[in-house]
Design a protein around this ligand. Structure first.
Ligand SMILES: Nc1ncnc2c1ncn2[C@@H]1O[C@H](COP(=O)(O)OP(=O)(O)OP(=O)(O)O)[C@@H](O)[C@H]1O
Ligand SMILES: [Mg+2]
Length: 195
């Protein structure tokens, strides 16, 4: 069954972020969401992930799905090294080793978040989502702060996910959208609308 958002409304005080917003999403592939800062992308993703409650409307097709999220902020646990951060969501060491290597993080496995550069922390947040695994990956600007070489190295692993899962990717980057997205949804708002 595909995933659908139907007639969703969401306001923060006087600000209407979603107004009767509807969207159908496939079960596999990479769907990119692109739109100006503040238009409502993260709000939509948080509602989809069940982290935010809509004022009205419905979300179908996510109840029995495993959702893995890269938040717009890294949100690493500061008191644990990278290995600890990953082990917290994935007990299988071989899976952790695999994705550390994919993201060029192997040599930083025992480093604490504050010892990592901004781009390393971003990759660590992405690594946590990848090792957790899921039916739906919600990636809110996952490549923020990464140089082009790193991005190009990581893209194939994102493509691999999309064979069996839905990857929802927020990106402002044209090259990233062209390289990765099966479907690009251009948005505007608030209230959020499909352009
Ligand atoms: N918890 C909140 N309380 C009040 N206002 C909020 C809250 N979360 C988001 N907003 C407002 O809702 C609007 C949409 O925010 P949202 O974070 O969804 O935008 P976005 O499209 O993800 O932007 P960006 O590209 O900058 O991340 C913004 O005006 C923001 O200030
Ligand atoms: Mg956002």
């Amino acid at each position: 069954m595909s995933i659908s958002i139907k007639d969703v409304n969401k306001s923060y005080n006087d600000l209407i972020v979603l107004k009767d917003f509807s969207l159908e999403l496939p079960e596999q592939g990479i769907v990119a969401l692109s739109g100006p800062s503040g238009c409502g992308k993260t709000t939509l993703l948080r509602i989809l992930a069940g982290l935010e409650k809509a004022d009205s409307g419905s979300v179908h097709g996510v109840d029995n799905k495993r959702i893995s999220m890269v938040f717009q902020e890294d949100r690493l646990l500061p008191w644990m090294n990278l290995m600890g951060n990953l082990f917290a969501v994935q007990p299988e060491a071989s899976v952790i080793r695999y994705y550390l290597e994919c993201l060029s993080l192997t040599e930083y496995a025992w480093s604490y978040p504050h010892e990592l550069s901004g781009g390393m922390q971003r990759r660590a947040a992405l690594a946590r989502s990848l090792v957790y695994g899921g039916d739906i990956f919600i990636l809110d600007e996952p490549f923020k702060g990464l140089d082009q070489k790193l991005r190009l190295d990581i893209y194939p692993h994102i493509r691999d996910l999309a064979v069996n899962s839905l990857v929802l990717l927020v990106s402002h980057d044209k090259e990233e959208l062209t390289a990765l997205a099966d479907i690009i949804i251009k948005l505007d708002g608030p209230p959020l609308s499909i352009v």
